[in-house]
Design a protein around this ligand. Structure first.
Ligand code: ADP
Ligand code: MG
Length: 696
């Protein structure tokens, strides 16, 4: 790392004036506490202290900065029941002003001594016809007047850290800034100047705007360039050429009993083309819940098995792994392939000898396809010749994990297909998955009925239960989900809601009701789920927490009741609702809400009522929540923009992705000055240039 670059990574503890206590406080604000972290800790607003009138001219209510002489201290008299402040009388040539300090100690006599010339800044007030100022924001020696009487940046703060403290540290860091190369093409403001403008604001809104934009572009450019480089590297590694003859795939597809939709066919051929080419596949398959992604994944897996390679199918939950395993097993049986293709289930449940046996058969290649949870990531899992890793519900895994699984392939030749049912808004897709090719299933299988959504007050729950009972007796309603939110998603999960609803419904429907939640053992969950999924099973009503959110498939279930739906986020509601409407019968989703709801909660429910289009829902979700929260990406650390804003800076994203294209095709090839300078940018934003691991 060059010396100039190193500067940005120095620890703030090395700044004069930052002691241990101050440093601990800073850590709460900036976990990394390096120079760059405080430089990118931008002010959220600005206070104008440039109004510097004489006392008598000062407008009441305005923030003013004044030069005054200290005339006299008037300590607060001890009067019971009344709060009289400690007063300090000051003056200038035009008149008098009183400084008020409530609950002040004697320290004021020392810090603002009579006879001193000082500079004060704060809001001008009026009392008994005179001017006063209560608890001035600044009381400093007159020599600091010029520094105070301008625009003051206001920083996000935390306990024990004041704005002044941040300003002082930033000031030191800014003052010693080393020379930084220019990596932008036509920037009007240099990186260093842009930071200076942000932290020492000036009254030129155009320049301020340019400065902010410059820094936002730097941040976006670093992200887009890093993703592009990672992608380029991934692609340049030769993948195994898959030569398939259709001997498994053809009978498999014929056994479905339905035609693939046009969208499925298109996406499948995109995937197969990737597999057959000699560069590696890194593809994101997007499609709404129930659009038929799983089937496509299974066909892709069989394709590599035809070439004598192994495949892995990774899903986020055990239930889902088990369900995919049994679906796959059944389909293979139907196609008469159960003898020819060996599939295996691997989850966290596997222990001891049985697990060792499984690991061995994966390693020696006697198993063709492994379906499992993140247990597949464990170091112990070694494949003989893994050629395709499918990762379902991709957002539940981080960028690192998807690359890790890919690395399990022999000599890094593994193709990666990730799938998500959560539509990803375009900016988010660019920033988090910009390194991947995209396939979209934008068409539902033809037998799907639209799900009708009703928003109903909790007060009507008795009528709802009566109507459920009636419809079940008449045979109109076969199976239904009843979802209750967890009050808290902490370690000590509060299950009271879901359990009391279960007991309540059990009194009415008896044996027909079953309960499933995340704290149950995997075996128990599995039994409950199996019985519910079985058309002849005794379970007709499944009371559940969001454990059913992902992937579960029970076509007979045509009603879903979601209690306290106002507590769920849009994407959860959409995922949950995707569990119904999977068969030929019409389905209904009932969103029960309590009487008190926030405006945002109301809006969420009305969006759910209006549309079943996942993309529309995702866009609205982005608007309501802000990008960081959609998909829970913040927790998974995929994106972490400090300066840029995913919604406001969309044009910058577009510009950057175009810029990056030119950079790769020209600057990189010719190793231009700009290309060299960009290495500084990448390192500054901690995208290391050699590997494909992204930060996060
Ligand atoms: P996803 O994984 O996208 O949520 P699945 O692959 O689980 O969707 O498909 C949901 C259901 O639709 C499954 O029961 C599947 O067999 C069925 N299905 C998939 N593709 C079609 C199709 N082209 N026509 C009819 N049914 C289909
Ligand atoms: Mg699925």
């Amino acid at each position: 790392m060059s010396e100039n670059l190193q500067y940005f990574f120095n620890s703030l503890i090395s700044v004069k004036g930052v002691g241990n206590k101050f440093f601990d406080g800073l850590k709460r604000l900036l976990p990394n506490t390096r120079f760059k972290d405080i430089l990118f800790h931008l002010p959220v607003s600005v206070i104008d202290r440039s109004y510097t009138p004489f006392i008598m001219d000062a407008q009441v209510g305005q923030i003013a900065t004044l030069k005054v002489d200290v005339l006299k201290h008037i300590p607060s008299p001890k009067v019971r029941g009344r709060k009289i402040p400690y007063k300090i009388l000051c003056s200038d040539d035009s008149g008098f002003i009183t400084l008020n300090f409530f609950n002040a100690g004697n320290y004021l006599q020392r810090s603002i001594p009579v006879g001193a010339k000082i500079c004060i800044s704060g809001k001008i007030e009026e009392f008994d016809g005179g001017r006063c100022m209560s608890h001035p924001d600044y009381v400093v020696p007159i020599s600091q007047f010029e520094k105070i009487a301008g625009l003051e940046p206001v920083y996000p703060l935390t306990y024990a850290i004041t704005n002044k403290m941040i300003r002082n540290v930033v000031d030191v860091v800014l003052s010693n800034m080393p020379t930084v190369p220019e990596w932008q093409n036509d920037a009007e403001i240099s990186f260093t100047d842009a930071l200076k403008f942000m932290h020492r604001p000036i009254k030129n809104s155009e320049l301020m705007y340019e400065a902010k934009k410059r820094l936002a572009y730097d941040e976006i450019l670093a992200n887009q360039l890093a993703l592009a480089l990672s992608r380029e590297k991934f692609k340049s590694e030769i993948g195994e050429k898959i030569v398939s003859d259709g001997r498994f795939v053809n009978p498999f597809i014929s056994s479905f009993g339905y035609e693939l939709t046009g969208a499925q066919k298109r996406v499948l051929s995109e995937v197969i083309d990737d597999l057959k080419s000699d560069s590696k596949m890194l593809r994101l398959l997007q499609g709404d819940v129930g659009s038929g992604k799983t089937i496509i994944a299974m066909i892709a897996l069989l394709t590599v098995v035809e070439s004598d390679y192994q495949g892995a199918f990774m899903v986020p939950t055990e239930i889902l792994a088990e369900q995919h395993f049994s679906t796959f097993t059944n389909l293979l049986k139907k196609a008469g392939l159960e003898e020819k293709i060996k599939i295996l289930l691997l989850t966290g449940k596997d222990k001891g000898k049985a697990k060792e046996d499984k690991l061995l058969s994966i390693k020696n290649g006697s198993v063709d396809i492994v379906i499992g949870t993140h247990a597949l990531f464990q170091d112990k899992v070694k494949f003989k010749n893994l050629s395709l890793a499918v990762i379902d519900e991709q957002h539940k895994f981080g960028v690192h994990q998807r690359l890790e699984l890919g690395n399990k392939g022999e000599e890094n030749k593994c193709n990666i297909l990730t799938m998500t049912a959560t539509p990803i808004p375009r900016t988010l897709a660019m920033t988090s998955f910009g390194d991947m090719d995209l396939s979209i299933i934008d068409e539902m299988p033809p037998n799907r009925k639209q799900v009708e959504t009703k928003v109903i007050s909790m007060n009507k729950i008795d009528e709802l239960i009566a109507s459920v009972s009636l419809q079940m007796n008449s045979g109109l309603l076969k199976k239904l989900y009843w979802v209750c939110p967890l009050v808290e998603e902490s370690e000590k999960i509060d299950l009271s809601d879901v359990i009391s609803r279960y007991e309540n419904l059990k009194q009415i429907f008896g044996e027909k009701v079953a309960l499933i939640h995340g704290k149950m053992k995997a075996d128990e969950k599995n039994l409950v789920m199996k019985d519910f999924a079985n058309p002849d099973g005794k379970t007709k009503i499944l009371v559940a927490t969001t454990v059913i959110e992902v992937g579960v498939n029970v076509p007979e279930a045509t009603l879903m009741v979601i209690e306290h739906s106002e507590r769920f986020g849009l994407s959860s509601l959409h995922q949950l609702r995707g569990r119904i409407g999977r068969g030929a019968d019409k389905s209904i989703c009932i969103l029960l809400h309590s009487s008190r709801m926030t405006a945002i909660a109301k809006e969420r429910l009305s969006i759910m009522k209006e549309t079943t289009d996942g993309f529309k829902i995702a866009e609205k979700d982005l608007k309501l929540r802000g990008a960081g929260d959609v998909l829970g990406v913040r927790q998974s650390g995929i994106i972490d923009f400090k300066i840029a804003n995913l919604e406001d800076d969309y044009d910058l994203f577009l510009a950057a992705s175009q810029d990056v294209k030119n950079l790769l095709s020209f600057d990189k090839k010719n190793n231009t000055e700009r290309w060299k300078n960009l290495q500084f940018l990448l390192q500054l934003f901690e995208y290391t240039k050699q590997n494909n691991n992204l930060k996060g």
